[in-house]
Design a protein. Structure first.
Length: 507
């Protein structure tokens, strides 16, 4: 993870090193900035320590708006990712209901973080985590069962925080593997974007040649693919200029282009996929809370084996837990809120709220919610307290009533954002020491296996098993943490489950 998080990055990153807190600028500590507001505003000021942290209401409000508009793309991408996948029984989640669930969880948990954690930190469904739900959990079970596993994962995070096991887990997983997991998820998400947009497709009926090709026929064709290409170029141009809200701007502009093209060109609705970019009849609609509470806590155990469930939950927990740690440290460092020892204020409370967000995301069928590094955009506007999170959460609450515009975004307009996310996550590859094979090989396998097998779990497993094997071969077995030994053993059983079942006569 870079020392200074990129405000346009979509998800939080893992960081182990503790960095010293920067000093607050003299301008921020001027008498005008520190003077508390009178009356009720004074009470709010004291509760959030707005003046004490060198901020004011104007900065907090601007920061709250900046964070919202930088991460509002999740209202489109989360329904696209979850809605495009089907569960074991061929069922799809409703797009409008997913928009409502995504906005509701983001609104409630961001406000809770503001009130309880008093940090300018926003939460919403995590990219990468929703990919695990869509492409790892759902194909093995029903949607309620998959969301039940996410609830279990969130509860486990809360237990880890309460019991203080965070330190053990933080030190058990080598930093290189944590970074490799993020990079692999980035490539996986980018691949999903290319496939969903029709830029890459499976060659029908071919078994002896390459498994994928450019476009549907070996070359690019059709208006929808053109929309995707234009979207990618716009997104990378905005990112290169470090434009605030680059991903959201790209989605909005590309959707408008798609709507115009769909109106003037003769395009079969099926060419767009699940969502046709047509002008909605209404801009505002009542939220549909149909997915709330639609989860089964233990239903997954009736669909797949215990070993598989343990590994799936471990995959969710690993990504969620370390992403949160990196994001929280990065945002608070950017805001100058770390104490003299480089510690986050009220860290236990913050992590507990983040774990509760994962529970809320699963319970609402919005996938696991987590802290967003886009919160640094608000920090850049001057936000220093949880009051900014109240503003961001309030804007997500308003978005509950804007479902119609969010549900006309086709995959070709949203997929460029997935490609951009892949790039942003890929940047962490520079932090891996490629000169040390004992580190580089497991990292490489983690990164490569995820997109090549279309499985995040497989990538993590390959990296863990390779890491333990190489360490043993090099005579460094004693350096391996017991958690890694146990996890690698589980993954070994996971990969060899078929021959093991044959040996035991299970099949």
């Amino acid at each position: 993870m870079p020392d200074r998080p990129d405000p346009t990055a979509p998800v939080g990153r893992t960081e182990d090193a503790v960095v010293p807190a920067p000093t607050v600028s003299p301008e921020a500590l001027s008498p005008e900035a520190v003077a508390p507001a009178p009356g009720r505003l004074g009470a709010v000021d004291r509760y959030f320590s707005i003046s004490a942290r060198g901020s004011d209401f104007g900065r907090e409000i601007r920061g709250g708006f900046a964070t919202f508009f930088t991460m509002a793309y999740i209202l489109v991408l989360n329904p696209i990712i979850l809605g495009s996948a089907e569960d074991k029984f061929g069922n799809h989640l409703s797009g409008p209901q997913l928009v409502t669930a995504t906005a509701l969880v983001a609104a409630v948990m961001t406000i809770v973080m503001g009130l309880g954690g008093n940090l300018p930190l926003a939460l919403a469904a995590g990219l990468g985590l929703n990919a695990v739900a869509a492409f790892q959990l759902a194909p093995l079970m029903s949607w309620p069962d998959a969301m039940g596993l996410i609830v279990i994962e969130g509860l486990l995070i809360c237990v880890l925080v309460v019991t203080g096991l965070r330190e053990a887990i933080m030190h058990a997983i080598p930093a290189s593997l944590k970074q490799a997991i993020s990079v692999g998820i980035g490539l996986f998400i980018a691949f999903i974007g290319f496939v969903d947009a029709g830029f890459v497709s499976r060659i029908p009926g071919e078994t002896g040649s390459v498994p994928v090709q450019l476009g549907a026929t070996g070359h690019l064709s059709g208006w929808p693919v053109l929309v995707f290409c234009l979207g990618v170029l716009l997104t990378v141009a905005l990112l290169a200029r470090k434009a605030k809200g680059a991903i959201l701007i790209s989605i909005v502009v590309t959707t408008v282009v798609a709507v115009v093209i769909n109106e003037i060109a003769d395009i079969a609705p099926a060419a767009w996929g699940l969502t046709v970019p047509a002008v909605p009849d209404d801009l505002v609609a009542a939220p549909d809370f149909g997915l709330l509470g639609s989860f089964s806590l233990f239903g997954a155990f009736q669909q797949v084996g215990v070993v598989t469930i343990v590994l799936l939950v471990f995959t969710l927990l690993l990504s969620d837990f370390f992403d949160t740690m990196g994001t929280v440290v990065g945002v608070t460092h950017e805001a100058g809120l770390l104490d003299q020892d480089g510690k986050v204020p009220h860290l236990g409370r913050v992590l507990l709220i983040d774990g509760a967000a994962a529970v809320a995301g699963g319970a609402a069928s919005a996938s696991s919610a987590t802290s967003y590094v886009e919160s640094t955009a608000g920090v850049g506007e001057g936000a220093r307290t949880g009051f900014a999170s109240l503003v961001t959460g309030g804007l997500f609450a308003v978005a509950l009533f804007l479902t119609p515009p969010a549900t006309i975004v086709p995959a070709q307009a949203a997929a460029p954002a997935l490609v951009a996310v892949g790039f942003l996550l890929m940047a962490q590859v520079r932090n891996i020491d490629w000169e040390k094979y004992e580190i580089a090989i497991p990292a490489f396998l983690t990164i490569a296996v995820m997109p090549f097998t279309y499985s995040i779990t497989n990538g993590i497993g390959a990296g863990f098993v390779a890491y333990v094997v190489i360490r043993v071969v090099l005579g460094k077995a004693r350096e391996i943490h017991w958690l890694l030994w146990g996890t690698a053993a589980l993954f070994a059983v996971y990969f060899a489950i078929d021959p093991i079942e044959q040996l035991l006569g299970v099949k």
